[in-house]
Design a protein around this ligand. Structure first.
Ligand SMILES: Cc1cc2nc3c(=O)[nH]c(=O)nc-3n(C[C@H](O)[C@H](O)[C@H](O)COP(=O)(O)O)c2cc1C
Length: 174
């Protein structure tokens, strides 16, 4: 399962790419807050700094059905976007293994991933950071494919493990 938030489409492009590569299910996180425009850009930055958790639109996903959830965010003020903070605070106890991906102008992915790992309470099995420029030019693909390989390797091992345990319910499900 891929869960992501995207205000202007960059993280969405990356999430869709990963979805196609991994044949994963996908869920976009949304809020009821108006997000476009300069005022809302400033508000988004302020909310990220203040660790504000906006209310999310309802999510109808049973996270327990998956072996792995990939969580994607834009970098906001060197941390995760506030809707992803809300998601992690609400659902951290239901998350299986996780991987993180982020898009950004230039900097802040490492602190973002560290803050996300703190909220989830476990280390991600892989992380992928891509610049906005690389998304727009398409040059992100080789790096994203390396991430996909790490994820696939994890899922294959998980599937073998599940079979050995006689658990046919997930079979490396993403
Ligand atoms: C409020 C706000 C804060 C941002 N802070 C950073 C930052 O700290 N570092 C950075 O490299 N880019 C920063 N950016 C740029 C975004 O991370 C980048 O444009 C990202 O690709 C947007 O993803 P999206 O199109 O999925 O919303 C910021 C953007 C916004 C709106």
């Amino acid at each position: 399962m891929i869960v992501y938030y995207s205000r202007t489409g960059n993280t969405k492009s990356l999430a869709e790419f990963l979805k196609d590569q991994l044949s994963a299910e996908i869920q976009e996180i949304k809020t009821n807050i108006e997000e476009k425009g300069k005022i809302n850009f400033i508000r988004a930055g302020w909310q990220a700094v203040k660790k504000f958790c906006p209310e999310l639109s309802p999510i109808r996903v049973d996270l327990g059905r998956y072996d792995l959830v990939l969580i994607g965010t834009p970098v906001w003020a060197l941390t995760m976007a506030s809707p992803i903070r809300s998601f992690l605070k609400t659902y951290h106890s239901k998350l299986p293994a996780v991987g993180f991906f982020a898009t950004m102008g230039k900097v802040g992915s490492e602190s973002t991933f560290a803050h996300m790992a703190d909220l989830v309470g476990k280390k991600p099995l892989a992380c992928l950071a891509v610049s906005e420029q690389a998304i727009k030019s398409g040059s992100f693909q080789p790096k994203a494919k390396e991430f996909v390989i790490s994820v696939r390797t994890y899922l294959e091992k998980k599937m073998c493990h599940n079979i050995l345990l006689g658990d046919n319910s997930k079979q490396g499900k993403i």
